[in-house]
Design a protein around this ligand. Structure first.
Ligand code: ADP
Ligand code: MG
Length: 349
C-alpha cells in the first residue's frame, strides 16, 4: 500500500523564510520556479559580516515551527523522548542555518532518519509531523510523505525492481520517503533477492539527492539493528535514530480519552473503568499494537454503541448519541479470550 500524505498547515508560499536571500543558481532543484531552494549555500556576497548577530528567536518564530511543536504536544500523549529529539533536530537545523549565513556550514546536513519501535507507537504520525517541520525550516521543498513497504519498491521479476523503486523515489522527491519495515528489503538467505537492487538505488539517491529527499526507515529496533549490520552503507547514511517506546497503561488510557474526545463521544465513569480493564487485558494478548489497538477498540465500541441505539424503539437524545457505556466494551472478545491463546485473529479488538 502506498499513500501520499500532506501535512496540514499554512501554505508554503505564505511562510516567511529566514530573511536570507536565496540563491537562484544553486545546485538544488526548482531554482527560479517559485519553489524555495534548499538552504545549503549562501552566495559569498550575501554572507554576514563576522561581527554581525543573528536573532535566533526571531528566525525561529518566522519559520512557524512552534505550531508543529504545539500540535505535537496537544495531539500526542507521552512520547517525551521523541518530542525532545525532534526539538533537538530543529535546533540543530536552525543553528546550521545561522552558521551558513556566516559561511560556516558549507554542505547541507544529512537528515535521513530511522524510527524504531513496536507497531502503533506513533512512528508514521511523527514522520508526517517531521515532514511538515522540515518543510517549514525550508529543508524540504514540498513536505509531503510517501509511505511504502517492500512490495512498493521491489518487483517480482528481473528488470521490474529498478523502475519500481525509481518511480517511488520520483514521487517522494521534495518530501519524506517513509519505508515501513525497511529490513524486509534485505533477505540474508537469498543473495539474488531483488531487494538488494532496490537498496543500491536507495543508497545512491540518499547520497546524491540529499537536498531534495529525506528517507525515514521504520520498524522494530532489533530487526533494524541487524539490517544495518548486514547493510553498513545504509546504517552510515542515517543521521538520526529515534526510538519510540511502548506506551504505559496510563498513556494508553490517556490516548483513549483523547480519541474519544476527538470523535465527539464521552465515557460514563463505569465505561471508563471497563475501558481501563479492557486495555489491561488487551496489552497482554497477541497482536497488541499500542495506540492502534486503542483506536480499534474505540471504533468497535462506536459500532456497538450504534447497534445498541438502533435497537431501541424510543427516540434518542443528544446525550445518548454521545455516551459510551460499559457494555460497549465489555462484550468484546478481549474479555473472553484466553490471554495465552495463540489462535487470536487479527480483528481481535
Ligand atoms: N502518542 C499518541 N497519542 C495519541 N494518538 C497516538 C499516539 N501514538 C499513536 N497514535 C495514534 O495511533 C495510531 C497508530 O499510530 P501510527 O503512527 O500509525 O503508529 P506506527 O507507525 O508506529 O505503527 C494512529 O491513529 C495515531 O494517530
Ligand atoms: Mg506505521
Amino acid at each position: 500500500m502506498t499513500r501520499n500524505q500532506s501535512p496540514s498547515g499554512p501554505d508554503a508560499s505564505a511562510r516567511v523564510g529566514f530573511g536570507m536571500a536565496r540563491p537562484t543558481t544553486g545546485s538544488g532543484g526548482g531554482a527560479g520556479m517559485g519553489t524555495p531552494n534548499p538552504p545549503d549555500e549562501v552566495p559569498e556576497a550575501e554572507l554576514l559580516a563576522p561581527d554581525a548577530r543573528v536573532d535566533l528567536a526571531k528566525e525561529r518564530a518566522a519559520t512557524g515551527i512552534d505550531e508543529v511543536f504545539t500540535s505535537l504536544d496537544a495531539d500526542l500523549v507521552g512520547l517525551s523522548p521523541v518530542k525532545t529529539r525532534i526539538r533537538e533536530i530543529a535546533a540543530l537545523l536552525l543553528v546550521d542555518r545561522a552558521r551558513s549565513r556566516f559561511g560556516l556550514s558549507t554542505s547541507r546536513p544529512n537528515l535521513h532518519m530511522c524510527f524504531t519501535g513496536s507497531p502503533g507507537t506513533g512512528k508514521t504520525t511523527v514522520a508526517l509531523r517531521m515532514a511538515d517541520l522540515l518543510h517549514r525550516l525550508n529543508y524540504l521543498r514540498r513536505g509531503h510523505l510517501v509511505s511504502v513497504t517492500r512490495d512498493d519498491l521491489v518487483g517480482q521479476y528481473v528488470g521490474h525492481t529498478a523502475p519500481k523503486t525509481k518511480e517511488v523515489l520520483k514521487r517522494a522527491m521534495g518530501g519524506v520517503l517513509f519505508i515501513d519495515e525497511a529490513y524486509y528489503l534485505y533477505r540474508a538467505e537469498n543473495e539474488r533477492d531483488y531487494g538488494q537492487e532496490s537498496i543500491e538505488i536507495l543508497l545512491q539517491t540518499m547520497e546524491n539527492h540529499r537536498e531534495d529527499l529525506v528517507v525515514i526507515l521504520a520498524g522494530y529496533k532489533d530487526r533494524m539493528d541487524s539490517f544495518f549490520q548486514s547493510n553498513p552503507g545504509m546504517g552510515s547514511r542515517i543521521a538520526h535514530h529515534v526510538d519510540f517506546p511502548d506506551y504505559t497503561q496510563e498513556e494508553l488510557e490517556a490516548i483513549g480519552d483523547l480519541m474519544v474526545g476527538h470523535e465527539g463521544y464521552e465515557f460514563t465513569p463505569e465505561a471508563r473503568d471497563t475501558f481501563k480493564s479492557y486495555l489491561e487485558r488487551r496489552r497482554t494478548q497477541p497482536r497488541f499494537a499500542n495506540a492502534r489497538s486503542v483506536r480499534n477498540a474505540i471504533e468497535r465500541a462506536r459500532l456497538r454503541h450504534a447497534s445498541r441505539l438502533m435497537e431501541t424503539t424510543d427516540a434518542v437524545s443528544k446525550d445518548e448519541l454521545i455516551t459510551l457505556t460499559p457494555e460497549d466494551f465489555s462484550t468484546s472478545r478481549v474479555f473472553t479470550e484466553d490471554a495465552n491463546s495463540k489462535t487470536a485473529e487479527p480483528a481481535f479488538d
